[in-house]
Write a protein that binds this ligand. Structure first.
Ligand code: 5RP
Length: 229
């Protein structure tokens, strides 16, 4: 029987758990694939400290007995393992489908090594089919959205970002911010777009993770494939 998407996520999470060693400080990602990683690490019973990238991951890890620390309490992070919404050329990524992109990026950037885990469907030739999450402060967010439109237009992307809703209400991140999603379609120049979005006052961060991943472990129907940038 061929591996389901969830089987692939689980296999990639378990492969990443094998990289964890006793004594490490480990960044714990967010999402269904990262949850498989957290469960597999806990099952190994190693003495590690986990730095969670969301309240949901903190709750899961704590329930499984993983010792936790806040980002600011550790000197550095040895290894971070996290999922992605798209994996493009040179391990460029779109993240933030779970609205945790800001804490994820803070933890990734503090890490010596970052490993992305995913199912095979996340691999793309060009980023952009998955709507790009953009985290904005709530104050004046409608005005910020107009500035985001301008930034997208500068990059030849004529799309309007949409406020992310759940059950009719705006989704709030763990930090109390809002998420806009931009259905770019094709992101030909991710670095240009990343810089344009970061220049908008009110944008806290965006889901483009460029030059951050050191390795990808992708679950496929034929097993876990290793990809380097
Ligand atoms: C959360 C993320 C997740 O890693 C991403 O959405 C992938 O999720 P999943 O593993 O459930 O497919 O970036 O903000």
């Amino acid at each position: 029987m061929s591996a389901t998407i969830d089987d692939q996520k689980r296999a990639s999470g378990e492969a990443a758990a094998a990289l964890v060693e006793t004594g490490m400080v480990v960044g714990l990602g967010t999402g269904s694939t990262a949850a498989w990683f957290v469960k597999a690490v806990a099952a190994r019973g190693l003495d590690i400290v986990g730095v969670p990238t969301s309240v949901a991951t903190a709750e899961l890890a704590a329930s499984l007995g993983i010792r936790l620390a806040e980002l600011g309490q550790v000197k550095s992070i040895d290894l971070t393992v996290d999922g992605a919404d798209e994996i493009g050329p040179a391990l460029s990524l779109i993240k933030g489908g779970g609205a945790a992109l800001l804490r994820e990026k803070l933890v990734w950037e503090a890490s010596k090594r970052c490993v992305v885990i995913a199912d095979a469907a996340k691999r793309v030739k060009l980023l952009g089919q998955f709507p790009l999450p953009i985290e904005v402060v709530a104050f004046g967010h409608e005005t910020t959205a107009l500035r985001i439109c301008d930034a997208l237009a500068e990059c030849d992307l004529g799309v309007a970002p949409r406020l992310r809703l759940k059950d009719g209400a705006p989704v709030k991140t763990d930090g109390g911010n809002l998420i806009y999603d931009a259905a770019c379609g094709r992101i030909e120049e991710p670095a240009l777009l990343a810089a344009a979005l970061k220049s908008v006052t009110g944008v806290v961060d965006h889901g483009l993770f460029l030059d951050l991943a050191d390795l990808a472990l992708v679950g496929t129907p034929d097993g876990v494939v290793t990809i380097e940038p």
